[in-house]
Design a binder for this molecule. Structure first.
Ligand code: ASP
Length: 323
């Protein structure tokens, strides 16, 4: 495996060098940074790199498909279960060049929600399909029925339901009152010609059936333009209501470096909603930024096919604690 040393840990400024492509992937807020998790993220990013010269959307899809197949991430097969014990997933994809965006929400029984979102974007003029309609569309496009309930997540759901039944209240988020978090995965790409972003999630454990988070919310949890590509993870309601992804893009358009823009967005999110989050972005100069204000935020960056060694997102946990 080829490794590049991260010259500056949080901000990767490549404007001065001849970089042909950047892929940055995150595994979700509070997902482990243990080796086995990072290795899957690395494998996903390198898979995307193989396709980058062909098509940035295909590359994005390939990255997220690796994560949707793993039981270690909250998307596809590893998705958390809703209150009723059912997996309902959200996924979105956006091309900053054409500004085409498409998403599926509360979709069930498909292994690759990101691929359904891509099919929606490329084969129809619709922007979002939800629930049963999204499943019907997936079947018409040839996506087979798939089991998305992993043993690990079934067990986590059973434990959570039991502790609720015993009247034990897990620590709640100050903003939403939601007791259980999720951890969306996301990817941003710059191929030297344009920017694109995609995210996929099972949402939050024990969420209300039918609840849709920020992942398919354009400008809330995801955005891409000719300026930047941005993906978010954390309390979806807070990201939606503050249009945080769009805010990051606007800050970068106004002259901020991605890292500054992201930190400013997290401060704003904290001030307005007392929420936790993680944000990852790349801009049209090939600069990557990422930061978070929770426990962990695993991010992997591949530049021209080389993995950055030990890349670390900015940690604002002390400054922006919500507890
Ligand atoms: N943002 C996701 C949601 O609210 C969950 C997460 O990223 O933690 O559905």
């Amino acid at each position: 495996m080829r490794l590049l040393r991260a010259s500056c840990i949080e901000e990767i400024p490549y404007a001065q060098t001849k970089v042909m492509g950047i892929i940055a992937v995150h595994g979700g807020l509070d997902t482990s940074r243990e080796k086995q998790y990072l290795e899957i993220l690395q494998e996903a990013a390198l898979r995307g790199h193989e396709l980058l010269s062909k098509n940035r959307i295909q590359a994005l899809e390939a990255v997220l498909r690796v994560l949707e197949e793993s039981s270690k991430f909250n998307c596809g097969y590893g998705s958390v279960l809703n209150f009723d014990g059912v997996v309902e997933m959200d996924a979105a994809i956006i091309d900053g060049v054409s500004s085409r965006f498409a998403a599926v929400a509360a979709i069930r029984d498909v292994q690759h929600p990101v691929s359904v979102a891509r099919a929606l974007m490329e084969k129809t003029s619709s922007v979002i399909l939800a629930g049963e309609g999204a499943v019907k569309f997936a079947r018409k496009q040839g996506f087979p029925t798939a089991n998305c309930v992993s043993d690990e997540q079934r067990e986590a759901w059973q434990k959570a339901r039991k502790s609720l039944a015993r009247g034990e209240k897990p620590a709640q988020n100050l903003y939403t009152g939601l007791a259980y978090y999720g951890d969306t995965v996301g990817c941003v790409i710059w191929d030297g010609a344009g920017l694109a972003a995609a995210s996929s999630t099972g949402g939050c454990l024990l969420k209300t059936p039918g609840r849709i988070g920020d992942t398919p919310s354009l400008g809330g949890g995801i955005f891409a333009s000719k300026t930047s590509a941005v993906v978010c993870t954390g309390i979806g309601e807070a990201f939606r209501e503050t249009l945080t992804a769009k805010y990051v893009d606007e800050k970068i358009a106004g002259g901020s470096e991605p890292q500054q823009a992201i930190k400013s967005a997290l401060r704003r999110l904290h001030e307005q909603k007392k929420a936790e989050g993680g944000i990852l972005a790349v801009d049209a100069r090939g600069r990557v930024g990422s930061a978070f204000n929770a426990g962990q935020f695993p991010v992997v960056v591949v530049v021209d096919g080389k993995l950055l060694d030990n890349y670390q997102p900015g940690n604002l946990r002390q400054e922006l604690s919500v507890h």
